[in-house]
Design a protein around this ligand. Structure first.
Ligand code: SF4
Length: 475
């Protein structure tokens, strides 16, 4: 497994000197160019970031804050509404018909019903939504009651999702997940009562967590009554320095090494597949009900699929440009409230290969896109390598990941990076290592972790033997 696999694509070149807000402004002021011969419009998604939480989980890398008083929240929401209107007034995004709206965070459910109502009113005032648009809302089990779920239905929300991460009380305590298991089960009951599209997130690879515990967690999630479960490996690069320091000092148990964590992740996937259908690399549920359109058909979608993000630290990924917003709340509020684009950095880049990079997460790729996007010459040989090594097969027009391909999915994503993006990925991981600490220092990554960084665009020789994944039966 790659040491860092929860990325968006393309990566940013931090060495670019430019007036980034002006670059974004100019880009958004131009009409959407079409691809010659292409009749597929792609998904258009809007992401809205609410950075407030009741309490902070120690592993969480997202832009968030606890203990924000009512005035601070109100100021943030005013700035957010202004940014929504600013973005919707641009030539490029203003023309979009949204296929998905995703309200995430942080914890959007810490907002009052009145604040949520006003937010959706602004969204609907500014943007046109498609008839079948997915409107997704993240909540946290402590900040919901039945009235809030009823209100979300009224506001047109179609999907709700929340993080459980683990059902083990000791693990939850260790990472400061403060909702009780009673609150978790009440949230599952209310969400499935009011919504057909419901999800809970789990994580595998916490400090001290072993295979038995990971399998038990997966079983509890898969039989909890929720309609879909997403499971992700804990990412020790995309995390907080303080958490890593506590592990180094021995205040927390040492996590399993990268290879063992990868094995636990795939074993948990196998356990979930016993109870639910497989939707993609992370998501389990009804295989005919696609997982969140914002994430898996837009962020992890192809070149045509575009997302605009509003709020502190939000990312926007479009055809020809990616950019992200100011993460500091005060600076964000100041700039957005003044009607400015609160952009920190932009990276002009046409990520034609994005659909291939994320193919291992989605499990399929439409091969007809090779011709339309003029990718055949560069990428057909790389696809053939995958097929020769048993990591993928063709099925009509689709390229499908095989079970062996699933075990090496993150290395396969890197196989499709362009050369320039390959270099930026290496720089990004090195920079995060410096910010968070050299994770190799404490030996969390088995000896070859570092070498992998230098050779991550090479295909592995063979997948981990599948028999290794069923080491023990779940208790
Ligand atoms: S995991 Fe969710 S609730 Fe916990 S700190 Fe992060 S955003 Fe807040």
């Amino acid at each position: 497994m790659l040491p860092f696999e929860s990325f968006t694509y393309p990566f940013f070149d931090q060495n670019t000197l430019a007036d980034h807000p002006a670059v974004v402004q100019a880009f958004l002021s131009t009409a959407d160019p079409s691809i010659p011969g292409d009749i597929t419009p792609g998904n258009k998604s809007l992401y809205i970031h609410i950075p407030f939480c009741d309490t902070l989980c120690t592993f969480c890398p997202f832009v968030k804050a606890a203990n924000a008083g009512p005035e601070r929240v109100a100021n943030y929401l005013r700035a957010l509404h202004t940014e929504l209107r600013t973005i919707a007034a641009t030539t490029r995004v203003g023309a979009w018909v949204l296929d998905a709206v995703y309200v995430g965070g942080g914890t959007p459910s810490v907002l009052t019903v009145e604040q949520i109502a006003e937010l959706f009113a602004v969204v609907r005032d500014c943007f046109q939504l498609s008839a079948d648009a997915e409107v997704s809302f993240e909540f946290e089990a402590k900040s919901v009651d039945e009235d809030k779920f009823r209100a979300l239905v009224e506001f047109g929300v179609t999907r709700v999702s929340f993080g459980v991460q683990s059902f083990d009380p000791a693990t939850r305590d260790m990472v400061n997940i403060t909702a009780s298991l009673e609150q978790v089960h009440a949230a599952i009951e209310w969400s499935t009562k009011y919504f057909t599209n419901t999800n809970l997130d789990m994580m595998v690879g916490f400090p001290g967590q072993g295979l038995d515990a990971a399998l038990l967690d997966a079983r509890l999630a898969g039989t909890s009554g929720i309609r879909s479960v997403s499971v992700y490996p804990v990412d020790y690069i995309m995390t907080l320095p303080g958490w890593q320091d506590r592990i180094r000092r021995g205040d927390l148990p040492r996590p399993a090494d990268l290879d063992e964590r990868s094995m636990m992740f795939h074993a948990a996937r196998g356990e979930l597949a016993e109870h639910m259908g497989v939707q993609n690399m992370y998501c389990f549920g009804d295989p005919t009900a696609p997982p969140t359109r914002y994430m898996f058909s837009t962020l992890y979608g192809g070149y045509r699929d575009e997302a605009v993000g509003v709020g502190s630290g939000a990312y926007s990924i479009m055809r020809g440009l990616a950019y992200y917003n100011e993460a500091g709340e005060a600076q964000y509020v100041q700039r957005a409230s003044a009607g400015q684009l609160p952009v920190v950095a932009a990276h002009p880049y046409h990520a034609y290969e994005k659909g291939l990079v994320f193919f291992p997460k989605r499990l399929t790729f439409d091969l007809r896109d090779l011709e339309v996007l003029s990718l055949t010459e560069v990428y057909r040989p790389r696809i053939d390598q995958l097929i020769e090594r048993g990591f993928a097969v063709t099925d009509g027009d689709l390229l499908r990941l095989t079970p062996d391909g699933e075990l090496t999915y993150s290395e396969l994503m890197a196989h499709f990076f362009s050369d320039s993006q390959h270099r930026l990925y290496g720089r990004l991981v090195n920079r995060m290592n410096q910010q968070v600490g050299q994770i190799d220092d404490v030996g969390w990554i088995s000896g070859h972790g570092r070498q992998r960084l230098g050779a991550f665009n090479a295909l592995p020789d063979a997948a981990t033997p599948r028999r290794q994944l069923k080491l023990v039966d779940a208790p």
